[in-house]
Design a protein around this ligand. Sequence first.
Ligand SMILES: [Zn+2]
Length: 92
Amino acid sequence: MIRAYKFLLRPTVRQAQALREMLRDHCSLYNGALQARRDASRTCPSCGHAAKENRFTQAKFQCTGCGMTANADHVGALNVLNRAGLALCDVA
Ligand SMILES: [Zn+2]
């Protein structure tokens, strides 16, 4: 029953475009930009090396380029902040 109405949960093209514009406007208020989080937790914040192998386990990040290790979630969050120009701290 729920499955039959699942399509109703998807935004229409017009709604998706409106949401995108609203997000862009909101980001411009905070001097930010919309960004993709592609490879955010696979990219080394130290050397910039991006590889699937950098994600040692689900929780552990280990750069195959420079050997830096850190919590994968922390690395992902740091990369998102770096891309937005908002980096506040180094990886612990
Ligand atoms: Zn590295």
